[in-house]
Design a protein around this ligand. Structure first.
Ligand code: GLA
Length: 403
C-alpha cells in the first residue's frame, strides 16, 4: 500500500514536470527539449483581421461584431481571412482568484459571448496578451498566470493568441514564449500562437516549434518609408524581413506586422505594392483597416485571390529579392508544381521598365513559360528567357509563371 502511494506521488511529480513548470531547476530548456513538437497549425500563413492598426485602444464589442459581420458581407471571409483578433485593451482587472476578466465597459457581454458571435458565421476568434506584468497599453499581462490564462482562453473559445513583449524586465524570451506555448498546448485546444517580441531576440533562430509566426520588426506605420521612433514604414520593414526568408516554412512564419491597406496614409499603388510584397514574403495577411467601412479599391486589393494564392501556396517558401538596381527590383517566390511568382517592384519616383530574366529566377534560358498578370487578371503571351513590364512609381507588376 505504502509503495503504491509512493509510486503515485512520484508519478504526479513527473507529470507536473512534463507540464513544463519553469520553477523546476531540472527542467530541460525549451530549445533542447526533444519532446517539443510544432503544434501542427498554420501550415499556410495565418489570415484574418486585427483591431490594432485602425482602432488601437478604441475597441469594444460593437465594433468587433460589426467587423465580423462585414468580414462575411465584404467577401473577406470567403477570400480566406479566417480569424478576427482583438488586440490590446480588451482586458479588465484580474478577479480575486487571479483569473483575467474582460473590460466591463467595453465588453459588457464578455469574451465568451463575443467568441460565439464571431464563430457563428464560421470565423475564428483571437485575443492578445503579453509575456510581461502588463501589456503595452498597461492592461494586465500574463506573467505568472500563463496556465490560468491559457485555460481561460480555451474556455472562451479562443483560436489565436498574439503574445506581446512589453514590461518583461529581464525575462528570457525563449523561456517566456515556450512557457505560454506549453500552456496553450496543455489546454488541448488548437490555438495559433503569434509571437510578438519585434525581432529583438531573433526568434527565427529558436521559435520554429514554439510559435506559428513571429514579428521581425517594430510596429508598422501607415506610410511608405521612414522610421518615426517605434513606427516603421513599409520599405523599412520589407528590407528587414526579406533576408530572413530561409527561416520561414509551413507552420512557422516571419511576421512583418499587420496590413495597413485601406487606412488612408498611402496611395492605391503603394497599398497594392505593400500587399504584393507581403504575399511574396509568405507573410501572415492580417488586415488592419475598418472592414465595415472600406472603399472598393481597398476591398479589391485585400480580396485579390490570385495574389492571396501566392501567399498561401502550399510549398510554404518565402520569396526573396534576386535583383536590384536603384529603385528597381525583381523578386521571386517558388510555388508548388514548379511555378514561380515574380514581382517587378518599382520603389522609385518615376515609372520604370523592369525586366526579370530566367537567369535571375534560376531557370534554364530556353524554357517557355505561361505568364499570368495577377493584378490585371489576364494571361499575357508566353515568354522565353525573360519577361518585362513598365511599372508605375511606388507600384508593382505581379506575375505568375507556369510550365
Ligand atoms: C505593441 C505591438 C502592437 C500592438 C500594441 C498594443 O506595440 O507590437 O502590434 O499589439 O503593442 O499595445
Amino acid at each position: 500500500m505504502r509503495a503504491a502511494l509512493l509510486l503515485l506521488l512520484l508519478w504526479v511529480a513527473g507529470a507536473t514536470t512534463a507540464l513544463g513548470q519553469t520553477t523546476d531547476p531540472n527542467r530541460i530548456p525549451p530549445h533542447l527539449d526533444p519532446a517539443r513538437t510544432a503544434n501542427g497549425l498554420a501550415l499556410t500563413p495565418p489570415m484574418g483581421w486585427n483591431s490594432w492598426n485602425r482602432f488601437a485602444c478604441n475597441i469594444d464589442e460593437a465594433t468587433v461584431r460589426a467587423v465580423a459581420e462585414a468580414m462575411v458581407t465584404s467577401g473577406m471571409r470567403d477570400a480566406g481571412y479566417a480569424c478576427v483578433v482583438v488586440d490590446d485593451c480588451w482586458q479588465g482587472p484580474r478577479d480575486a482568484r487571479g483569473f483575467i476578466t474582460a473590460d466591463p465597459e467595453r465588453f459588457p457581454s464578455g469574451m465568451r459571448a463575443l467568441a460565439d458571435y464571431v464563430h457563428s458565421p464560421g470565423l475564428k476568434f483571437g485575443l492578445y496578451s503579453d509575456a510581461g506584468r502588463t501589456t503595452c497599453a498597461g492592461r494586465p499581462g500574463s506573467q505568472g498566470h500563463e496556465f490560468q490564462d491559457a485555460m481561460t482562453y480555451a474556455e472562451w473559445g479562443v483560436d489565436y493568441l498574439k503574445y506581446d513583449w512589453c514590461a518583461t524586465g529581464t525575462r528570457d524570451a525563449e523561456e517566456a514564449y515556450a512557457l505560454m506555448a506549453d500552456a496553450l498546448r496543455a489546454t488541448g485546444r488548437d490555438i495559433v500562437f503569434s509571437i510578438c517580441e519585434w525581432g529583438q531576440n531573433r526568434p527565427w533562430l529558436w521559435a520554429e516549434k514554439i510559435g506559428n509566426l513571429w514579428r521581425t520588426t517594430g510596429d508598422i506605420a501607415d506610410r511608405w518609408d521612414g522610421i518615426d521612433r517605434w513606427m516603421h514604414g513599409v520599405l523599412v520593414i520589407v528590407d528587414r524581413n526579406e533576408p530572413l526568408w530561409p527561416y520561414a516554412g509551413r507552420g512557422h512564419w516571419n511576421d512583418p506586422d499587420m496590413l495597413e491597406v485601406g487606412n488612408g496614409g498611402m496611395t492605391v499603388s503603394e497599398y497594392r505594392a505593400h500587399f504584393s510584397l507581403w504575399a511574396m514574403m509568405a507573410a501572415p495577411l492580417i488586415a488592419g483597416n475598418d472592414i465595415a467601412n472600406m472603399d472598393e479599391s481597398t476591398r479589391e486589393i485585400l480580396t485579390n485571390r490570385e495574389v492571396i494564392a501566392v501567399d498561401q501556396d502550399r510549398l510554404g517558401v518565402q520569396g526573396r529579392r534576386v535583383w536590384r538596381d536603384g529603385g528597381r527590383e525583381v523578386w521571386v517566390k517558388p510555388l508548388a508544381g514548379g511555378e514561380r511568382a515574380v514581382l517587378l517592384f518599382n520603389r522609385g519616383e518615376e515609372p520604370a521598365e523592369i525586366e526579370a530574366t530566367w537567369e535571375m529566377l534560376g531557370l534554364p534560358e530556353s524554357l517557355r513559360l505561361r505568364v499570368r498578370d495577377l493584378w490585371r487578371h489576364r494571361d499575357l503571351p508566353p515568354a522565353r528567357g525573360r519577361v518585362s513590364a513598365r511599372v508605375p512609381a511606388h507600384d508593382v507588376v505581379m506575375l505568375r509563371l507556369a510550365p
